[in-house]
Design a protein around this ligand. Structure first.
Ligand code: SAM
Length: 328
């Protein structure tokens, strides 16, 4: 682990190594040789990918971010009052824009001491840490650069905890992976700690698909960014211009599936994995799922992971749900 203590109340721990260790190679090889071929979603988020995701959050079609922010504005004071949190831990924190609503609520009751942004994207963790110590006097930011599916035990301890996941990040996992993930979050928490889980809710297919097929083409650029990451990381011969961005709703699985569709038959070589394969014209690589929940499915996930759900907040159109849960 690389641990940097910086001035101004910032600590950053880095748990990802720069090279491609055996387990990363095995994960990528397994995905690219399965049916459909798959690339893990976390590789969408290098520094450029994180910037593109921030741009997506501002798009008119992407209703999720503004709705979640609005909902947080309505319930943040109650959440902070109920949880008495002193440490806010955010898994998949990204640009932490909506997090400010919770930090403001903590500051209002003089409970704001410790914020832990946890993300796979190092650049954004460092940027957010710098921004927040300037915005909130006396705040200590302890960033964790890591994979939340592998490094949860590195969450630092800073008092009564509220762990949050926002931005529909939980939806990027299929149901078994989500259950494993939330169960491991539960394991890391102390009895009496709280967990706030943001979920995107099922709504009209037209509205959901429009959010992932914006007219400015930002989501397409975000999706294709994973090919740049594979080029840089592994020397892969994956030309973004040879793929088309596709995002369709799968009603049976309740999820958007974001794919890269090969525009032509092509031979792909990935020296860093010692792998080559043929792609047919029209063949897909699955890069992201975004599962849409409803209230019962969110509650079941929390219950099966060991949490008691104590509050359910939603907006007037029921587009976003925020489930507040407690470890008994
Ligand atoms: C959908 S974005 C949400 C960002 C932010 N929370 C929001 O609400 O706008 C998902 C975030 O999770 C991060 N992420 C994805 N997979 C991850 C993983 N396995 N471990 C840690 N962070 C991950 C991404 O870098 C990205 O910042």
């Amino acid at each position: 682990m690389d641990c940097t203590t910086e001035p101004q109340n910032i600590t950053i721990d880095v748990h990802l190594s720069g090279e491609t260790p055996a387990n990363v190679q095995a994960e990528l090889r397994e995905g690219l040789t399965s049916t459909p071929r798959t690339l893990p979603t976390k590789y969408l988020y290098d520094d450029r990918g994180s910037e593109l995701f921030e741009a997506i959050c501002k798009l008119p079609e992407y209703y999720q971010t503004r709705t979640e922010r609005h909902l947080l504005n309505q319930c943040a004071d109650q959440i902070i009052c109920l949880t008495e949190a002193e440490e806010l831990v955010e898994l998949g924190s990204g640009a932490a824009t909506k997090t400010r609503v919770l930090l403001d609520a903590m500051a209002r009751v003089e409970q704001l001491r410790f914020y832990v942004p946890f993300d796979v994207s190092e650049g954004i963790v460092r940027r957010v840490a710098q921004e927040l110590v300037k915005e909130y006097e006396g705040l200590h930011v302890h960033g964790v650069v890591g994979d939340f599916l592998a490094h949860l035990e590195h969450i630092p301890d800073g008092g009564r905890r509220l762990v949050v996941i926002l931005g529909g990040t939980i939806g990027n996992l299929d149901s078994q992976a989500a259950l494993n993930f939330v169960s491991s979050i539960h394991t890391e928490m102390a009895s009496g700690d709280f967990f706030l889980l943001g979920v995107q809710l099922e709504t009209s297919i037209k509205r959901i698909e429009a959010a992932y097929n914006d007219s400015a083409g930002i989501t397409a650029a975000f999706n294709k960014n994973i090919l740049h990451v594979m080029q840089e990381m592994l020397g892969a011969s994956l030309d973004p211009d040879a793929f088309e961005h596709v995002a369709l709703y799968n009603t049976t699985a309740h999820r958007i599936e974001m794919r890269l569709r090969s525009k032509e038959a092509q031979h792909v070589q990935i020296p860093g994995l010692d792998l080559s394969f043929h792609l047919e014209k029209g063949e897909d690589i699955l890069t992201e799922i975004s599962t849409k929940y409803d209230h019962p499915r969110a509650e079941t996930l929390l219950k099966e992971s060991g949490f008691d759900m104590i509050k359910w907040y939603t907006d007037s159109e029921e587009l976003i749900g925020l489930a507040l849960a407690r470890k008994p």
